[in-house]
Design a binder for this molecule. Structure first.
Ligand SMILES: CC(C)(COP(=O)(O)OP(=O)(O)OC[C@H]1O[C@@H](n2cnc3c(N)ncnc32)[C@H](O)[C@@H]1OP(=O)(O)O)[C@@H](O)C(=O)NCCC(=O)NCCSC(=O)C[C@H](O)C(=O)O
Ligand code: MG
Length: 282
C-alpha cells in the first residue's frame, strides 16, 4: 500500500521547538529543511539539531531532509550528515535540480538513500522527463517560489504563469511512476486561498501539497483525501463491473455513466488511497 503524501510540512532544522512539535502534528510527511529556511550563520547548528531530532520517533510520518545544493558552501557537509542518518530518514530532497546529472552527483554520495528533487528552475521544467526517469528518484516537489523568481512571473490566484511548469512536471512524474507534491502557499493565515490552491492542485493530479505552517495541515489533508462520495462511488463501480463481468459483459453502467476496466482501476486506486490514509490515522 503506497503511503499518502497529502500534507508535506517544511520545518526549518534550526527550529528545535518546531521539530519537536511535528511529532504530534497530522502531517503525512515532514521536510526537515537545511536550505532556504536556515540562515547561513545557522547552517552548522541546524545540522546538529537535526541529528538530535532524528533520534526521536516521528511515527508514520515520512522523514525527508532537504539539503543545500552541492555547489553551495554547505551541500557536501549536509550530504555527509545524511549519509550518517541511515535508517532515520526516508529520503533526501535535492534543491535546484536542473537535470539528471545533478542527481547523479548526489546519488554517488548517498548510495542507500532514496532521492527527491525540487522542481524549481526553468531548466528543470524542460528536463522534467529525464529527472523523473532517474532510477534513484522517488519523488518530486514543486518549488513555485523559486520558479516564479526565475520566470519573473507574478503571483496570481489562478497560478496561470505556473501552469506550463506544473503540467510538465506532473506529466513526467506520472510517466515514471513517481510521487509529486505541489508547491507552498505563502499566506499561511489565508485558509480560503489555501483551499482554492489545494483544490487546483488536487484537480490537476498532485498527490499533496507542501506546507509551511501547522495551520495549513487540516485543509491539505481534507482536500487531497478521497471524499466519502468518491469512496462510495468507487465501491459501487467495482461492484457493478464485477456483476457485469459475471454476466459476460465488458461494460457496466452506474448512475447513467459507463464503467469500464480503466474506471475500475481508478476506483481501486481511490479505495487504496483511503485505506492508506486510514492506516496513517490509526
Ligand atoms: C512562517 C513561520 C516563520 C511562522 O512562524 P511563527 O510566527 O512562529 O508561527 P506561529 O507563532 O503561528 O506558530 C505556532 C506554533 O506552530 C509552530 N510552528 C510554526 N511553524 C511550524 C512548522 N513549519 N512546523 C512545525 N511547527 C511549526 C510554532 O513553533 C508554534 O508552536 P508553539 O510554540 O507550540 O505554539 C514558520 O511557520 C516557519 O518557519 N515555517 C516554515 C518556513 C519554511 O520552512 N520555509 C522554507 C520552505 S518553503 C520553500 O523553500 C519554497 C520552495 O523552495 C520554493 O522555491 O517554492
Ligand atoms: Mg526553492
Amino acid at each position: 500500500m503506497a503511503r499518502p503524501y497529502r500534507s508535506v510540512l517544511y520545518i526549518p532544522a534550526a527550529n528545535e521547538r518546531a521539530m519537536e512539535k511535528a511529532r504530534t502534528l497530522q502531517a503525512d510527511a515532514i521536510i526537515f529543511d537545511l536550505e532556504d529556511a536556515v540562515a547561513p550563520s545557522e547552517k552548522a547548528t541546524a545540522r546538529d539539531a537535526l541529528a538530535r531530532a532524528l533520534k526521536s520517533d516521528y511515527g508514520p510520518r515520512a522523514r525527508i531532509v532537504r539539503i543545500n545544493a552541492l555547489d553551495s558552501d554547505w551541500g557536501r557537509q549536509d550530504a555527509a550528515a545524511c549519509a550518517g542518518f541511515a535508517g532515520q530518514v526516508d529520503a533526501v530532497l535535492v534543491p535546484k535540480v536542473d537535470g539528471a546529472a545533478g542527481l547523479d552527483r548526489i546519488a554517488a554520495l548517498l548510495p542507500d538513500t532514496p532521492l527527491w528533487a525540487m522542481m524549481e528552475t526553468p531548466q528543470a521544467m524542460l528536463n522534467a522527463a529525464e529527472i523523473a526517469a532517474h532510477p534513484r528518484l522517488a519523488g518530486m516537489v514543486m518549488g513555485t517560489n523559486d520558479l516564479a523568481k526565475e520566470l519573473n512571473s507574478r503571483f496570481r490566484a489562478d497560478r496561470l504563469p505556473m501552469q506550463a511548469g506544473l503540467g510538465l512536471c506532473l506529466l513526467a512524474a506520472r510517466a515514471h511512476g513517481k510521487v509529486i507534491v505541489d508547491g507552498v502557499f505563502n499566506a499561511f493565515r489565508d485558509e480560503h486561498g489555501l483551499r482554492a490552491e489545494c483544490e487546483q492542485g488536487r484537480d490537476m493530479g498532485f498527490d499533496g501539497k507542501t506546507l509551511i505552517h501547522p495551520a495549513q495541515l487540516a485543509t491539505a489533508n481534507e482536500v487531497f483525501a478521497p471524499t466519502d462520495a468518491e469512496i462510495e462511488m468507487a465501491r459501487r463501480q467495482i461492484e457493478a463491473f464485477e456483476q457485469a463481468a459475471a454476466e459476460g459483459k465488458g461494460v457496466a453502467v452506474v448512475d447513467g455513466r459507463i464503467v469500464e476496466n480503466l474506471h475500475v482501476a481508478t476506483a481501486r486506486a481511490t479505495l487504496d488511497r483511503a485505506q492508506a490514509i486510514a492506516a496513517m490515522a490509526g
